[in-house]
Design a protein around this ligand. Structure first.
Ligand code: CA
Length: 229
């Protein structure tokens, strides 16, 4: 049993009921918000993961995701009926960690929830520092600093950065990255990884066009090129 708290934001009761029952069977404590307003009231509470439907009657999921990201890096899995790739990329741009396209298998969603929570938890305490302290990564608090300033990364962005920073100069393919941080691959993952890397660069690089930390290796993937202190 675990007592991790999960918030489901979903207006279709049929869907929230089945997801809730799957997650409760796994021992999670589950709350449901049926409207965007109700979600905004609840998100200040300390949830371990949020499942967020993109299409809500009052406030759209993107807006809620943005509100959550103003104060929290809690893992967010978005539910959406839109299957277009562009919507996935857009969602990741606003800070969601993962996407599930409706109709989905509740079992698969529950597996993804567990994968995200496992990865958030297993970090050992370690401080990685690069380029004379220009970039530091605290693996316990999941805090990334650019110089003296904390730069907020989402849980997924943090895991991508960490998996590469732990092995400087090693080339990671997009498939290796998605497997390292998600534990499974999915259709279109390569573009999703590219979107995450773009976001990370904007957060940690002085000039994202001329990165000094995450370098693109054309035809192969990415590598972390910071010099360990
Ligand atoms: Ca909906």
């Amino acid at each position: 049993m675990n007592d991790e708290k999960i918030l489901i934001v979903e207006d279709e009761k049929k869907i929230s009921d089945i997801v809730k029952s799957y997650l409760e069977r796994d021992g999670f404590k589950v709350s449901v918000a049926e409207t965007g307003q109700a979600a905004l009231q609840l998100i200040k509470k300390d949830f371990d993961l949020i499942i967020l439907d993109l299409m809500l009657p009052d406030i759209d999921g993107e807006t809620i995701c943005g509100s959550i990201r103003e104060f929290s890096d809690v893992p967010i899995i978005m539910l959406t009926a839109k299957s277009a790739e562009e919507d996935r990329i857009k969602g990741l741009g606003i800070g969601a960690d993962d996407y599930v396209i409706k109709p989905f298998s509740p079992r698969e969603l529950a597996a993804r929830v567990k994968a995200h929570l496992r990865r958030t938890k297993k970090n050992e305490k370690k401080l990685l520092s690069f380029n004379d302290g220009l970039l530091t990564i605290d693996t316990l608090s999941m805090e990334v600093k650019k110089g003296k300033d904390v730069t907020p990364l989402t849980a997924t962005e943090f895991r991508i950065l960490l998996c590469m920073a732990e092995k400087p100069q090693m080339v990671f393919s997009r498939l290796q990255i998605v497997n390292a941080v998600q534990g499974y691959d999915f259709e279109g993952y390569d573009r999703v990884i590219d979107a995450h890397v773009k976001n990370i660069r904007h957060k940690i690089e002085d000039n994202p066009q001329r990165p000094v930390f995450i370098k693109t290796v054309y035809g192969a993937g990415y590598k972390f090129i910071g010099a360990p202190d």
